[in-house]
Write a protein that binds this ligand. Structure first.
Ligand code: HEM
Length: 289
């Protein structure tokens, strides 16, 4: 069953539901890991594999799954994502017909849905690049948490997002946490880091002060348990961003709707989909030019 025909027979029907089920099975398979879920780190993998996109030259993005190789795998911004890639490896072995780039992006979608988030439109069609066939991307395409609103806009406008989409996407920080050994920052943004909600926005509207420590500048709430990055604080310090924080703090349905649209767009940046029906294109695509 593991033999993959070079040209899939016309009867071959990739079973994405089976891949989704395998991803769901792995999410809470290790009680020892973080808050008992691989969901957040899989969402971060889907975001970082996509967030390298530059609309000006159509480079980067999830297509190619180039984070399998250096230098991208070694970027500081990608520290810890080897874990996420490793968790998915047995699934890739079980379903060898799916590309890494489809698998990584689908895992982010399945994780968000399983953690109580919105349904996200996802379609296959990404193809993996070979190591010797890809021009390495320059480091610095992913955002730097210690910088300001101008930096955030530079990075996300380069991908083709507007202010509202930026704030919606940032709401993913409702889940997961920062790790000292990965980013240097520490702690979760909410008290329910494995539930996808608008909790990031409701927390952001509370009181925050600089954490007193020797680490990088980060902010904490009065309990000292929750954290915000400098780029998170800019979501309330910047008036244009702030209006969407207020909106999403009040209206979770609106947040879910806008997040689902922006996240789906993120995962498709730079992907040359064949013109086929949504969700039916084969995942054994033609080689990249
Ligand atoms: C975690 C920065 C936007 C999803 C993190 C961490 C940092 C960070 C420093 C901690 C990594 C670690 O130590 O493990 C930023 C910055 C952003 C940004 C500077 C933009 C200005 C986003 C977006 C998404 C996202 C757009 C998804 C839509 C996540 C998730 C985690 C995370 C789910 C938790 C990972 C885990 O628990 O292992 N981010 N992020 N982030 N980020 Fe972001």
């Amino acid at each position: 069953s593991s033999a993959i025909p070079a040209t899939p027979s016309k009867d071959f029907k990739p079973d994405y539901q089976a891949v989704r089920a395998a991803i769901e099975d792995v999410l809470e398979s290790n009680d020892e890991y973080d808050d008992g879920s691989y969901g957040p780190v899989l969402v971060r993998l889907a975001w970082h594999t996509s967030g390298t996109y530059d609309k000006n030259d159509n480079t980067g993005g999830s297509n190619g799954a180039t984070m399998r190789f250096g230098p991208e795998s070694g970027w500081g911004a990608n520290a810890g994502l080897g874990d996420a890639r490793d968790i998915l490896e047995p699934i890739k072995k079980k379903f060898p017909w799916i590309s890494y780039s489809d698998l990584w992006t689908l895992a982010g979608v399945v994780a968000i849905e399983a953690m109580g988030g919105p349904q996200i439109k996802w379609r296959p069609g990404r193809s993996d690049k070979e190591e010797n066939g890809c021009v390495p991307l320059p480091d610095g395409r992913l955002p730097d948490a210690s910088r300001d609103n101008k930096h955030v806009r530079d990075v996300f406008y380069r991908m083709g997002f507007n202010d509202q989409e930026i704030v919606a996407l940032m709401g993913a920080h409702a889940i997961g946490r920062c790790h000292a050994d990965r980013s240097g920052f520490v702690g979760p943004w909410t008290f329910s880091p494995t539930t996808f909600s608008n909790g990031y926005f409701t927390e952001l509207k509370g009181k925050w002060h600089k954490k007193k420590w020797n680490g990088p500048i980060q902010y904490e709430d009065k309990t000292g348990e929750l954290m915000m990055l400098p780029t998170d604080m800019w979501m309330v310090w910047d008036k244009k961003f702030r209006q969407y924080v207020d909106l999403y703090a009040k209206d979770q349905d609106k947040f879910f709707e806008d997040f689902a649209a922006a996240f789906s767009k993120l995962l498709e940046l730079g992907v040359p989909f064949e013109k086929r029906d949504f969700n039916t294109s084969p995942s054994s695509p033609k080689p990249m030019a």
